[in-house]
Design a binder for this molecule. Structure first.
Ligand SMILES: *Cc1c(COP(=O)(O)O)cnc(C)c1O
Length: 442
């Protein structure tokens, strides 16, 4: 198991544009974040150290499910009749069934060290809320979440409660942000952006509480690099170097976690993989968004982040990959995309479920709806190899299992799952509310 996390920032040819304080439009300083994050995590967020040691208490917990397996998808390869070799790094073996505990555990631990009693958060499909509830329980803290897909996916709410967390549907009536949105649209399907506003509002108004984010920020991606560090060691054990690295992106944490250590090796000239992010067509921040300063949440309570965004007012259609329904993207992923170090594509959900079925019927594991995006792209590439005869090595992140997402599969199998087109007019409307459209200094 790796004993340190990898920070990509010092290895980049230039650092990412800094987050801004929305009141002053000046680069954020640590004090700006102290009402919502502990000092240790703020330091990690801004760190220029290439490696950060994983605390031994966190390593002890990681041992419950790490190292995670790297599998070769031989049966899938056979089905596709491809000379490509497909490897997947499987994060579904964690207690929650996804990669999220890789950062929930250190975030809870650092907060506990700082004397914090309660963590608030948002969650989409419930993976993050459940992970944080689990992690808080381990370190004797309280977890409170607001949930964007409360009704459609009940089991992870039950998990959150099982691990001692409390959950509200979002938008909720317990926050001003939630009440404002409900007053405007009582039937809103909610979004991660709205749920973040609510969780930040609760944390900022309670001195014993802090806020924890499950993706997007650099310290979250930092914690997730255990995935890529392990994958590098595992690939070396079988003498493989990847030609293509593929991951799904919601806020970018599982993708960054797998890809950044590989990007380090690529920049050092040790390998030369194409690194590709895959997002849903219904929420295509990297492929159809603008690269601009925007809020991380709908109510505008967070710092301004320079990222690929669909606009903080954008409410994605309620696709099944709840974890990918975020209007923005990790600023660090956005920056490496701008530097030309990674590529991005968008895929429709029906293609994803088709790929997921091929995968489950050969490899056995039922993928969470989010990584089916990466699988669809991996399968497409493997089929191209069948045409060209190339034996490419494809590495993908299977960042979670879908055993609690079976209703989505049920719909797909019975023909009730559809693609929802995203008209440009809907995007233009959301772009119009970007802060950079109203402020000439941005
Ligand atoms: C949360 C989640 C995602 C999306 O978040 P990223 O930060 O982009 O990884 C993807 N897959 C699963 C299984 C998730 O739980």
């Amino acid at each position: 198991m790796p004993t340190r996390w990898y920070n990509l920032v010092p290895d980049l040819p230039m650092p990412p544009p800094p987050p801004l304080n929305p009141a002053t439009l000046l680069p954020l300083v640590a004090e700006d974040l102290e009402s919502i994050f502990p000092r240790s995590l703020i330091e990690q967020e801004m760190s220029l150290e290439k490696y950060i040691a994983i605390p031994k208490e966190v390593l002890e917990v990681y041992k419950l499910w790490r190292p995670t397996p790297l599998y070769r998808a031989r049966r899938l390869e056979k089905l596709l009749d491809t000379p490509a070799r497909i490897y997947y790094k499987y994060e579904g073996v964690s207690p929650v069934g996804s990669h999220k505990p890789n950062t929930a555990v250190p975030q809870a631990w650092y907060n506990a060290q700082a004397g914090v009693k309660k963590l608030t958060t948002e969650t989409g499909a419930g993976q993050w809320g459940a992970s944080l509830a689990f992690a808080c329980k381990l370190f004797d803290m309280e977890a409170s979440g607001v949930r964007a897909s409360y009704d459609s996916k009940p089991y992870r709410r039950m998990l959150m409660e099982l691990w001692g967390g409390t959950v509200h549907p979002s938008p909720s009536t317990v926050t001003q942000a939630g009440r404002d949105i409900l007053a405007k649209d009582p039937n809103t399907p909610g979004s991660l952006g709205i749920a973040i506003s609510e969780a930040v509002e609760v944390a900022a108004s309670d001195p014993t509480a802090k806020y924890a984010l499950g993706s997007v920020l650099s310290h979250v991606l930092l914690h997730q690099t255990v995935i890529g560090e392990e994958a590098l060691q595992q690939l070396a054990m079988v003498g493989e170097t990847p030609d293509l690295v593929i991951g799904c992106t919601g806020g970018g944490s599982n993708f960054g976690g797998l890809a950044f250590p590989l990007l380090r090796e690529k920049m050092a000239g040790n390998m030369n993989p194409i690194i590709r992010a895959v997002e849903p067509e219904a929420c295509p921040s990297l492929t159809r968004g603008v690269y601009a300063y925007d809020f991380g949440d709908t109510a505008g309570l967070t710092p301004l982040l320079k990222m690929h965004t669909l606009g903080a007012q954008f409410i994605p259609d309620p696709i099944h990959a709840g974890g990918l329904r975020y209007h923005g993207m990790s600023p660090l992923i956005s920056h490496v995309k701008e530097l030309g170090l990674i590529e991005a594509v968008a895929v429709p959900q029906v293609d994803c479920f088709k790929a997921a079925l091929q995968f489950s019927q050969t490899e056995g594991i039922v993928p969470a709806p989010e990584p089916t995006h990466a699988l669809a792209e991996a399968i497409k590439e493997a089929l191209k190899c069948r045409e060209t005869g190339e034996g490419k090595v494809i590495l993908t992140a299977l960042c979670g299992h879908g055993l609690l997402d079976l209703p989505a599969y049920d719909k797909f199998i019975h023909g009730a799952l559809e693609d929802i087109p995203l008209p440009s007019a809907k995007l233009d409307a959301a772009f119009a509310s970007l802060p950079s459209r109203s402020s000439t200094s941005l």
